[in-house]
Design a protein around this ligand. Structure first.
Ligand code: TXA
Ligand code: MG
Length: 350
């Protein structure tokens, strides 16, 4: 791919500078690529209804072409144009969780190109809760296809510098709105079956969805270690978020976890070993490169720091990272889903 010049411009999240977002919107309308902040992670946006623009996203990320994109909208009434057969519950979910970190899967309308849906006849849609994202969508024509703005396989970007690390010279523009709020990608729910299915856990949890939908189940492919059960979201089957070092999760009661991590760490030179722990446990460790991911009392901090910490370890010489497990009450399912994927499902129970 030819190297292009990527411009980065700062935007004020509370009051997006009109001229900057207008410029970015024009790039989108003309078929270019703009990375932008959302409340979950940074997205890499293109006009969802232009086949060639959507195809550029796959090339810039090195993304497998069968992995569909999420269309981002800013107004609820714009949904009609891109989907068919809107289930009634859509409006109840939208009223409660949009704008916000919830993606819904629908039957696609003919105007949505196969390039955007990876050839599927369904389409994923969400309305992000972020002023810059919403304004860019409006300026960009109303429909922005955006995967996370990382090179395929790497941790999703939670800061503009992460986007630059992966995509500098491959996209037209980066809107720098600082560090994102949530730090993990949106919850994906498929409403096409009788009982709605969560295809990817996120900040909108199963109990939250159940308040609107009644029964909701978690896609079997997410938890089943049997490789024959494939996740229903194509993207969930790929190796993902993985740091360069080997990552291993140690799970069990805190005292045992600390003891086991300390024991295992001693098998390596201290500069070769990384440890991911929490504010509550960090003082227990002294050997290796120790990083606190946040506090167990504030699980949002763990979600928010996860991808940045995985990227930070890539800047060091560590070869093995031991991480404590984080089965926190609300975000825990999403955090562990991403951490297990990053670890290639290597988990030691103590
Ligand atoms: O929070 C988010 O959702 C972020 C921000 C940028 O909005 N976007 C994001 O996109 O995480 P991406 O492309 O990294 O992940 C989209 C996931 C993939 O696992 C993909 O396979 C799945 O959504 N997906 C998209 N369309 C689908 C469809 N029609 N059916 C099933 N899964 C779908
Ligand atoms: Mg992604």
């Amino acid at each position: 791919m030819n190297k292009m010049k990527t411009i980065t411009e700062k935007v004020n999240v509370n009051d997006p500078e009109t001229s900057t977002v207008e410029k970015a919107g024009k790039i989108i309308r003309e078929g270019g690529l703009v990375a932008f902040p959302t409340e979950t992670v940074y997205g890499l946006g293109a006009d969802a209804l232009q086949s060639e623009a959507a195809a550029k996203i796959y090339r810039a990320k090195g993304r497998p072409s069968d992995n569909p994109l999420i269309i981002h909208i800013a107004e609820l009434q714009d949904l009609d144009h891109i989907i068919r057969n809107i289930p009634d519950v859509t409006y109840n979910l939208a009223a409660k969780f949009w704008p916000g970190p919830l993606t819904m899967i629908f039957q696609k309308a003919d105007c949505v190109p196969n390039a955007t849906t990876g050839g599927l006849d369904t389409v994923a849609v969400r309305m992000p809760a972020h002023n810059v994202a919403l304004e860019l969508i409006r300026q960009g024509g109303g429909y922005i296809a955006a995967p996370s703005a990382n090179t395929s396989g790497r941790p999703s970007p939670t800061q503009a510098s992460h986007v630059r690390e992966d995509l500098d010279g491959r996209i037209d523009m980066i809107l720098d709105g600082g560090t994102v709020g949530i730090g993990l990608e949106s919850t994906i729910v498929d409403l096409s079956s009788k009982v709605p299915v969560i295809l990817r856990p996120g900040a909108i949890t199963k109990p939250m969805l159940e308040t609107v939908l009644g029964e909701v189940i978690l896609d079997k492919g997410l938890t089943d270690t049997d490789s024959k059960v494939k996740p229903k979201a194509p993207g969930m089957k790929y190796k993902h978020y993985a740091p360069k070092a080997q990552l291993i999760i140690i799970d069990g009661n805190t005292e045992n976890v600390i003891k086991e991590i300390k024991r295992l760490a001693k098998n390596y030179q201290p500069e070769k070993i990384g440890i991911i722990c929490t504010e509550e446990t960090k003082n227990e460790y002294s050997y290796g490169l120790i990083k606190s991911i946040g506090s167990r009392m504030h699980e949002e901090s763990i979600a928010k720091n996860l991808y940045a910490i995985l990227r930070e370890f890539d800047q060091t010489g560590v070869e093995v990272i031991y991480s404590e497990a984080f089965e926190t009450p609300k975000m825990g399912q999403a955090i562990m889903n991403r951490l297990l994927k990053a670890a290639g499902h290597q988990r030691i129970q103590v």
